[in-house]
Design a binder for this molecule. Structure first.
Ligand SMILES: CC(C)(COP(=O)(O)OP(=O)(O)OC[C@H]1O[C@@H](n2cnc3c(N)ncnc32)[C@H](O)[C@@H]1OP(=O)(O)O)[C@@H](O)C(=O)NCCC(=O)NCCS
Length: 158
């Protein structure tokens, strides 16, 4: 049910993002990430033809070799059925298999802790994002690292 995004999924995914976030901002960010060549991995949850969930991982500007998880969205009619969790787990498995050092996410610690993300792992990295919601998951390459953290320009606001 989880598969790599296809070009034909782009319009339905934009609609899905609009429904999940109640606005067009996330679809615009996703389009900008693709255009800039910063998008690394896009997955959809599609038990049938239409995507019900979506997750994106983009290359962080810093630190090198890490990904930013954003956005994650499940259609409002299909939430709380494990679709979000399945997307996160599949994405992290693929990121790990491809040798990425770690993944950052800005979100609710109560949700992302179940996948191994922690505020503590992100603490050595200075950023403009709130420390109360910036988490990291070490995939084997973050230990002892620190310094500035910057998302891809589309996620940093331009
Ligand atoms: C967040 C989101 C992706 C979760 O997807 P989902 O398929 O509903 O989640 P799952 O079924 O995998 O997990 C549900 C669990 O997550 C919890 N959860 C969902 N959103 C949460 C949140 N914002 N904070 C804390 N817990 C949350 C639920 O309480 C539920 O917990 P339980 O299993 O203990 O009852 C989905 O609710 C969504 O698209 N929301 C709108 C967009 C959004 O906020 N995206 C996150 C951006 S960081």
């Amino acid at each position: 049910m989880i598969r790599t995004l296809r070009v034909a999924d782009r319009a339905p995914v934009a609609a899905l993002l609009g429904a999940a976030f109640a606005g067009t901002e996330e679809a615009g960010i996703v389009a900008a990430l693709r255009l800039a060549g910063d998008m690394v991995l896009e997955l959809v949850a599609a038990p049938e033809e239409a995507p019900l969930g979506y997750i994106a991982f983009s290359r962080m500007a810093a630190p090198a070799g890490t990904l930013g998880l954003a956005p994650l969205a499940v259609h409002p009619a299909c939430q709380r059925q494990g679709i979000g969790a399945a997307l996160v787990r599949e994405g992290l498995d693929r990121a790990s298999a491809r040798g990425w050092n770690g993944v950052f996410v800005l979100g609710e610690p109560a949700y992302y802790a179940r996948f191994g993300f922690s505020l503590a792992a992100a603490a050595p990295f200075g950023s403009r994002w709130p420390a109360s919601h910036l988490m990291a998951l070490d995939l084997g390459g973050l230990e002892g690292k620190g310094g500035p953290l910057r998302y891809a320009p589309a996620l940093e606001g331009g």
